[in-house]
Design a protein around this ligand. Structure first.
Ligand code: ADP
Length: 422
């Protein structure tokens, strides 16, 4: 008998057995019977024409309607169903046909079923990839939303805190005036403490504003000709008392590039360098050494700031440049800029990175690891591009004049920032 006729012969029993073993209940069975009929029609056509693609409509119908839970649990639903159908068909053929007919039928339909299985596997894989891609897009959108809310929160909080801080500052000044008139030195000392707190709070709020500017790509640079060597000399002066308090040594070497005029935002670059050097002071024990060196590379000046401090573990060497990336639980509250292991909000390095990157440069750290006993030290590298483009004609004129002069880094009068070390 021909395979086609054999198929027709087993059709009623096939429909009954397959629907009974695969459909969960009566209502599902009716719907499933329709689908099975269509599948069987396809199978018959495939056997008749020798073209397995006749199974496609039934396969597309099955694969095209996977429930969400099937996908979430990664169940190969349709492949599993077809495998069960193949095994039931084998049983039916063996039970109901002669040995020879069963062999004939099975050898005819096996390649068709293999085609069906391959097709289903591919379609299911595509459906799963599409599902996962969709999930990833959703996760990314949620993360972006969270990031935006965090950034908005920082910005709003910083601006809102500024107003009461200004009030406190004003009233403190008024109290100070009264006390000066009446000559109460005890209250004067206490007011000194209040002022230190106010200054520290202002620094933190300013850092929060800087972070939100950087996060939102709003940091604008005011490019002007500067000398890195001069900035380092100014910083050395500003940080002198902190270095003395901590009995540390700060060594600034003259290096090729330190006396080269480059375009940069003087105040922002000063702020960035101050963050890194203040950290070196903060995370280096008393009597430690901080060395600043550098070199001139094609298109860049590289600054190298090395300390003999507690070091940074490999896994944290990237994290510290992320917002609030304070990694070890030092002092839990903000306790000053240069006190050994003094806590901070963890915004200094992200701001530094934002400033350096806004200049087109980059910053990274190298350290053998974190060890408070052995103090392996950390070395920060900063690449600053040598910009010489003259965007603003007035600045360009000044730059030309300066290029002709020998640089005279006079640290006394020209500090680009009034910030003080606490
Ligand atoms: P903060 O100083 O406010 O904690 P930063 O962003 O400046 O924040 O630094 C983040 C963290 O990076 C610090 O808390 C510290 O763990 C680590 N770190 C920065 N500089 C050094 C350094 N020179 N040596 C060791 N650890 C450092």
């Amino acid at each position: 008998m021909k395979a086609q006729e054999l198929l027709s012969q087993i059709r009623p029993i096939w429909l009954q057995r397959v629907s009974q073993s695969l459909a969960r209940d009566d209502s599902a069975r009716d719907a499933f019977l329709d689908e099975l009929n269509r599948f069987f029609d396809g199978l018959e056509q495939a056997v008749m024409t020798g073209n397995p693609a006749w199974l496609d409509p039934a396969i597309f119908e099955w694969v095209g309607s996977p429930t969400l839970s099937d996908l979430q649990q990664s169940r190969q639903n349709v492949s599993g169903t077809l495998n069960s159908i193949i095994s039931i068909t084998n049983d039916i053929a063996i039970e109901n046909l002669s040995e020879e007919d069963a062999l004939d039928l099975l050898s005819t339909i096996t390649p068709i079923c293999t085609y069906g299985l391959e097709k289903i596997a591919r379609l299911e894989m595509e459906a799963r990839v599409a599902y996962i891609t969709n999930e990833l897009i959703e996760v990314r959108q949620t993360l972006e939303k969270l990031d935006r809310s965090k950034s908005n929160f920082i910005s709003v909080a910083a601006h809102e805190l500024k107003t009461p801080l200004t009030l406190i500052e004003g009233y403190t000044e008024m109290i100070r005036d009264l006390v000066t008139q009446n000559g109460n030195s005890q209250i004067d000392t206490l007011l000194g403490g209040v002022n230190i707190g106010i200054n520290r709070l202002r620094e933190i709020i300013d850092d929060m504003i800087d972070v939100s500017l950087i996060d939102n790509d709003l940091l604008s640079l005011n490019l002007q000709p500067i000398l890195i060597g001069q900035h380092l000399a100014l910083l050395e002066r500003e940080l002198e008392s902190a270095i003395q308090d901590r009995r540390q040594t700060l060594e600034i070497n003259n290096f090729p590039g330190s006396e080269t005029w480059i375009y940069a935002d003087s105040e922002r670059l000063y702020q960035a360098l101050k963050n890194v050097i203040s950290n070196a002071i903060k995370f280096t024990p008393d009597k430690g050494r901080i060395t600043i060196d550098g070199r001139s590379l094609p298109g860049f000046i590289e600054l190298i700031i090395a300390d003999t401090g507690i070091g940074i573990s490999t896994e944290n060497q990237t994290r510290i440049f992320e917002n609030f990336g304070q990694v070890e639980r030092f002092n839990l509250h903000s306790s000053g800029k240069t006190k050994f292991k003094g806590g901070g909000p963890g915004l200094g390095l992200p701001i530094t990175r934002g400033i350096i990157e806004a200049h087109g440069g980059t910053i990274w750290v190298e350290s053998p690891g974190y060890d408070e006993e052995r103090c392996p030290g950390s070395t920060f590298h900063i690449l600053i591009p040598i910009r010489t483009e003259r965007t603003d004609p007035k600045v360009a004129k000044l730059f030309n004049a300066l290029e002709k002069q020998q640089p005279e880094p006079d640290a006394k009068e020209n500090s680009p920032t009034n910030a003080t070390t606490t």
